[in-house]
Design a protein around this ligand. Structure first.
Ligand SMILES: CC(C)(COP(=O)(O)OP(=O)(O)OC[C@H]1O[C@@H](n2cnc3c(N)ncnc32)[C@H](O)[C@@H]1OP(=O)(O)O)[C@@H](O)C(=O)NCCC(=O)NCCS
Length: 165
């Protein structure tokens, strides 16, 4: 069993293990319209295990975050290519929201990117997703641009980013 990275009330925040992926996928299906293949979850866990973090309560996964590392142009006008963390997906089951679990997952996901020497982190969020946008702003993310029809159903996304130093 992975040791706890932090505890939020009764919730244990710890790194994801491959045995957790079934429950992570269940949480993803219940919380977000963007779904992925089993292989995608496995490959992200292999690629950046430091930033694949789960929230556990009573031996069950109730939330998760998974991130990637990419190289590309900076969202903060730094010259040349930078190392960017990308929050691919974060979700907390509805009955466990509003208790600090999402924020704790984000902070540990960010720590994972910092441990890999990331310069910044970015993510996309639906323009209608007020609670997630609030959470990201409280963590220090800025809206950098609006991506037209980013989602399959035609909704726009905000690209949000935070600089790490
Ligand atoms: C976004 C999400 C992960 C937040 O998880 P959570 O555990 O409820 O978040 P927390 O309790 O840690 O709250 C963190 C911050 O989010 C904001 N927030 C959370 N719920 C909110 C709500 N209902 N309304 C407004 N802001 C809210 C607050 O700013 C809060 O910080 P504060 O408590 O210091 O004010 C959760 O709502 C979720 O899973 N939503 C569905 C999936 C999703 O939208 N994922 C993001 C896709 S980009």
């Amino acid at each position: 069993m992975q040791s706890a990275l932090r505890q939020v009330g009764d919730y244990i925040i710890r790194r994801c293990q491959s045995e957790d992926l079934g429950e992570v996928i269940t949480v993803n299906l219940a919380t977000l319209p963007e779904h992925y293949s089993d292989y995608f979850f496995e490959s992200i866990l292999k690629e950046l295990p430091e930033s694949f973090v789960v929230a556990e309560l009573n031996s069950h996964v109730v939330g998760y975050i998974m991130c990637k590392i990419e190289f590309g142009f900076s969202n903060f006008k730094k010259l040349g290519f930078v190392k960017k963390g990308h929050v691919v997906s974060v979700g907390v089951l509805e009955e466990h929201r509003g208790k600090g679990v999402g924020k704790a997952l984000m902070l540990e996901g960010i720590n994972g990117v910092i441990s890999r020497g990331g310069d910044e982190i970015y993510l996309e969020v639906r323009v209608s997703n007020g609670s997630a946008i609030n959470m990201y702003e409280r963590l220090g993310f800025f809206i950098k641009s609006r991506l037209k029809s980013y989602y399959r159903d035609g909704e726009d996304a905000f690209l949000m980013a935070i600089e790490l130093d």
